[in-house]
Design a protein. Sequence first.
Length: 273
Amino acid sequence: MSVNFDDILNFTYKISIPRQVGSQGHETVKQMIIRKLGSVGLNVSLNNFSRTIGSERINFTNIFARRPNQKTFSVNKKILLCAHYDGHKSGACAMDSAVCIAVICEFARVLPNTVDFDIVFFDGEEAIGGPWDSQKNLNNLSGSLYWAYTHSPDDYSAVYLFSLWNGNIGKQKIKNNEYATESDLAAKYYQRLQRNNKLLYFDEPVFSSQVINTRVQDDSYPFKKRGYTVVELIPLPFYASHHTELDTPDSLNWDFIKVLTGVTYKTILDFHS
């Protein structure tokens, strides 16, 4: 099977609604994601937990999915595909991260049985009760913190984090970010992503050979601190509509997203099937 980009586009539009934690939109999107994952043949379970933020106890739900009776070929093959599904107060949050959810759901439909993958969509990535806490993450990254520390780096050969998929070709690029980790295996994944970018879309560079060491405030951070091999699929610098009311499906550069989708899909097949 091949990736159906129309399905990615259509599901992105459906779930690009305001969805702050605890809102009706948040619950609506959660249920749409559960149905979508079920429709492509995955078993879905909910990972409920709570966390005290300020003086309030907040309930969260991570969405976990896996193929029924999926054969585990090797611990060196199993991967985790992940993104967050809650939204910022600014609005529809299409690039942050509705489109990433839609891409992962489509990958779940088309990846062959030889690819052993889990999916988790994190709750509570966005800050609650105040500005983003960039030092101790006391009010953000709730779902990824909980998942990373209730599982083991030995569970997965790689964690693929999808985040903020939007940009202009040649300007926003994905780079090997070694902040909090120096993984030779992750470096090989980034090298293959760059190679596949040149192979499939020679004149449309979205993956860079540059290695950076910058703390990016996203769900990769807890996994890196815990020692997982992380492939951080986040274009830098952030596109201008990030955390604004302009982050709608109509503002997405779909040509840019097609390149990201095609290159990432081929790289997963190269390494993990």
